[in-house]
Write a protein that binds this ligand. Structure first.
Ligand code: SF4
Ligand code: SF4
Length: 380
């Protein structure tokens, strides 16, 4: 089995068809853009959560009719798809939960609210205090009530606990898959990880997602004894990608086409978000509030947890070098890159490079030259 675009498309088509079938049967679809909204609450109300973050250059020109050019491409792409009604997932979305994360996103959400009913979750900018936890817990109580209003279904603690367990099973399956890359010879390329874990879309059938991930892991495990696989990865510098969400695959492709192997991705949508389990033994809403508030996104301050996670990943995945991806005009990640560089090269004593780019193809050659020189540093 090859974990490539065809594999991803087949899964996404299946999930999409099932999501549309359930939507037509009366289930509500709720769109989310950031990693702070607990999908468990949406699922507990009987609705379908769907992630709407976008990674394509295509709708950006249309987005720029309303948004400034000098804005992060992720925000412009997400808005452009909604504006032009060219994202099939947005098309089926009844309601949106928007987290007040970075400035660009939260101001874009104000305009997006013209296209769909939208509620902004007022995210505290720190996870370090009990006051911010209480504040966030209250926000989650609001979205629980909103979900009850939207679907007419009570969101009981029992239903929340059931969803927490289910989503945790999915996190566990993903964690076991990712662990296959911690050995001396990684068993998966970053592009494959992206295809297996990145099958986004409607979260309408978690048990089948768990099966997909477990089936993929079973196939990958066999590579441990496959000499042609081991020879193909031997000597390749092991790279950790950190920074902005890898919604666009340009950098991942360049690194692996240039002879590196991306063994782990810390970014949003990667280990930063999928690695965090929800405590199953406390009050379910409080457990969700604690878990989701602890996502080490750069809009949080201080954000030491991100550095600690990077340090742990460097150790666990035997990382040779760290590549930080920052989208142009993303102030929080671009500024935080200073701390990350200092931490990686100082405390961790590993090579580090920051690549600031957008979704266009204009700078591919220039990035290739920089990445090739970086990999050569590590003997790649
Ligand atoms: S990195 Fe932060 S702001 Fe960006 S998509 Fe993830 S949670 Fe949202
Ligand atoms: S990449 Fe940066 S600017 Fe873009 S949405 Fe995420 S935090 Fe905001």
């Amino acid at each position: 089995m090859n974990f490539n675009k065809e594999y991803l498309t087949a899964i996404e088509e299946r999930i999409f068809a099932e999501g549309v079938r359930q939507k037509e049967a009366g289930r509500k679809v709720v769109g989310i853009y950031c990693a702070f909204t607990p999908s468990e609450i949406i699922s507990a109300a009987g609705a379908i959560p769907v992630s709407l973050c976008a990674g394509s250059q295509k709708p950006i020109q249309d987005a720029e009719k309303h948004l400034p050019r000098n804005l992060c491409p992720l925000i412009k792409s997400s808005y452009g798809f909604a504006l032009t009604d060219t994202c099939p997932y947005f098309h089926y979305t009844d309601y949106i939960f928007a987290d007040a994360t970075c400035d660009g996103k939260k101001k874009m959400f104000e305009i997006l609210g013209r296209l769909r009913p939208l509620h902004t979750l007022q995210l505290p900018q720190t996870s370090a205090t009990e006051e911010s936890f209480r504040y966030w817990l209250n926000e989650l109580k609001i979205i629980r009530s909103l979900m009850e209003y939207i679907t007419g279904e009570p969101v009981t603690d029992e239903k929340l606990s059931e969803q927490i367990k289910l989503y945790n099973l999915c996190r566990d399956a993903t964690g076991e898959l990712l662990e296959l890359n911690t050995g001396e010879y990684p068993l998966m390329y970053g592009r494959e990880i992206d295809c297996i874990t990145g099958a986004g879309g409607f979260n309408c059938d978690i048990p089948s997602r768990i099966r997909d991930i477990k089936n993929a892991a079973a196939v990958i495990k066999v590579r441990k004894n496959d000499s042609s696989h081991i020879n193909s990865v031997k000597g390749k510098p092991k790279i950790l990608i950190t920074g902005c969400p890898t919604t666009n695959k340009k950098l991942l492709d360049i690194i692996e086409d240039s002879g590196g192997i991306v063994v782990a991705m810390e970014n949003c949508g990667g280990i930063k978000t999928i690695g965090l389990r929800v405590d199953e033994n406390s009050d379910p809403l409080e457990a969700l509030a604690r878990r989701y508030l602890s996502v080490p996104c750069s809009c949080m301050t201080p954000n030491r947890a991100r550095l600690e996670l990077i340090g742990q990943l460097i150790k666990d995945y035997r990382i040779d070098g760290v590549v930080e991806l920052t989208w142009q005009a993303c102030h929080t990640y671009n500024v935080e890159a200073f701390n990350v560089r200092e931490y990686v090269t100082g405390e961790q004593k590993k090579p580090y490079i920051q690549i600031e780019t957008d979704y266009s193809e204009n700078d591919i050659q220039q990035i290739k030259v920089r990445i090739q020189a970086f990999l050569e540093l590590m003997g790649g």
